[in-house]
Every structure is written in C-alpha cells, then in structure tokens.
Design a protein around this ligand. Structure first.
Ligand code: ZN
Length: 308
C-alpha cells in the first residue's frame, strides 16, 4: 500500500525502521505548483523526511522542516502533523535559473549561507511558550545527509536515512539503533547489538532509488531483510492538509492595519491573498474590510470595558 508509513522492529529489539512511500499526497502537492525537476526532487525528499520525523514525535503537534538557501532556491518548507497530514511550499529566487542537473549544494548552498532547520511545535503550546527549533548548516550532498547531520547534533541515537523522489513518488527509509533494555549490556550482547545494526545498514545501503520509488513498505522490507525477523506495526496514512483559513488571513489583515489595507483597496479595489501552500485565494472586498476593522475595534472596546 502507498501513502502509508510503516514502522518495524528487528527481532532483538535493537534496531527500528520506518519506511514510507507517498504517491497521491505527493501528486496533490505538485498539482498546486509547477516546479523544475531538480526542485521537485529536493521537495519530494523533504516531504518523505518530514513524515519519518513526524511519525516519531512524542507530542500532538507539527514538525516543520525548512531548507533555507542562498542560491536559486530561497526556501523549501514542509509541515507535517503527528497524524501525518502535511503541506509544503517552495520559494525560488526570481531571475535565477534552476538547471535540471542542479545539486543539493549548488541549488541551496552555493555561498555557504544555507541552513537546515527543524521546528517541533506542540499543538497545546502555552501562550508565550516557544516551539523547539534546531538549526544547522547545510552539510552533505543530499537532504538525507543534511538531516543525518541534524540528527547527530540533536538525537542520542544513531540514525541513518535514505530518501528518493521523482514525479510519481516520494519515499524514504529511517533506521535507528535503540538502547539495549536494562541499562548496561554485557560485552557479548553489545556485539550482538552492533551486529544487527551493521547488518541492517549494509543491506539498506544496497537500496537503489528505483527500488525505493517502486516498492510499498512491506515489499521493500521483505526485499532487504528477508533473512531477518521483523515485527511490523499498523501502518499510518499520509494525507494532504492545508491549515489555512479565512480567519487566519483576516488576522493578517488586522495586523497589517487599517491604513495599509485602505491603500490596497484604493489601488486594487479589493484585497486578495493567496495561501503560499495550497494557493487557495482569499478575497476581501471593501465591505468585508470595513466589517473586519469595525468588529476588531468593537471587541477591543469590549475588552477594555470588561477590565474595569
Ligand atoms: Zn492553504
């Protein structure tokens, strides 16, 4: 099955795996934008990566992966909720060509100013509480290597990631070495533990991009680890979901201020804002805008009165 993420545990419980293969949701993301092939590849890999991370967070909330570039690509953002509902957007620099053979480094980090950031944003965050954010330089030649570099600085556990994407599929594999139960392991079990980890890595390194892009998680795991016994967990389904709304756009207009909004109305007759992610268009005519600011000042008056 596609558009699913599956988790597996090796028999000795020292290595866990996550495998994801995304088709319909990936097509839905691409249908909203027209990206050059090299951008599509990087975006698809980041989409797959976001699900591998989101499937593993311990809170209800969102994982936001950002590749900030100083080359032809300015920004790639993927937001994935813990329930694997996700959305994505890309900002290209105007007037900069994106060659089809553009690489991770040449498109995102030609001047060394690129950054990879991971934001963990709990849903029930208290007012004033900041989400956790980790930022690292863009190391390596791929999204997977940049992510591994981040994991190395933030996670206690050894983690390896393989990613691939084309126009039809975005896919990924994550392997993580787990701590042995019961604290200190005897020297013998330590070497067993390392054996499983080493074996898992060697086999995963034989994975070809075509295999990652064509096989559903169970088929891929069977092909790689047919000699091992793995426990498979129930799959989780990946969906496209944008969290934009008319209310959120109205908040943006309120923050912009009445003067600024009046200027736009005078110039264009209405205010139209498109969502960066799903490109849905939100339209506010002069009556909508007048109502918006009238309601806002009424609620401010109400609040200040109720404080007395
Ligand atoms: Zn949207």
């Amino acid at each position: 099955m596609f558009d699913q993420l599956k988790k597996y545990l090796f028999e000795d419980q020292t290595v866990r795996a996550e495998v994801v293969s995304i088709r319909d949701t990936w097509k839905e993301i691409q249908a909203r934008h027209d990206y050059p092939p090299a951008v599509q590849r990087l975006l698809g890999e980041l989409v797959a990566a976001s699900t591998l991370l989101a499937a593993n967070i311990k809170f209800k909330g969102t994982v936001v992966l950002q590749l900030q570039g100083d080359g032809p690509i300015g920004l790639i953002v993927v937001e994935c909720h813990a329930d694997l509902g996700l959305r994505a957007t890309v900002k290209l620099r105007e007037g900069r060509a994106v060659p089809d053979d553009g690489t991770f480094q040449s498109l995102l980090n030609p001047h060394g100013g690129g950054r990879f950031s991971v934001l963990l944003d709990p849903q029930d965050r208290l007012p004033g509480q900041q989400p956790y954010q980790g930022i690292v330089a863009l190391e390596g030649d791929s999204v997977a290597q940049a992510l591994e570099h981040y994991m190395l600085t933030s996670e206690q556990l050894q983690t390896r990631i393989w990613l691939a994407a084309d126009s039809g599929c975005a896919a990924g594999v994550l392997l993580q070495q787990l701590p042995k139960h019961g604290g200190k392991a005897s020297p013998e079990t330590t070497s067993d533990t390392d054996d499983t980890w080493e074996r898992a890595l060697i086999l995963a390194d034989t994975l070809k991009a075509e295999e990652l892009l064509s096989l559903a998680p169970d088929a891929l795991v069977r092909r790689l680890y047919w000699q091992e016994t793995l426990h498979a967990f129930d799959p989780a389904t990946i969906t496209y979901r944008c969290t934009c709304s008319r209310e959120k756009v109205a908040d943006v207009l309120l923050r912009l201020g009445k003067e600024e909004v009046d200027d736009i109305l005078a110039e264009q007759g209405r205010v139209q804002i498109n969502c960066d992610y799903c490109v849905k268009s939100f339209d506010f005519d002069p009556v909508d805008c007048a109502e918006l600011f009238a309601n806002a000042s009424a609620s401010i008056r109400h609040e200040s009165r109720s404080q007395h």
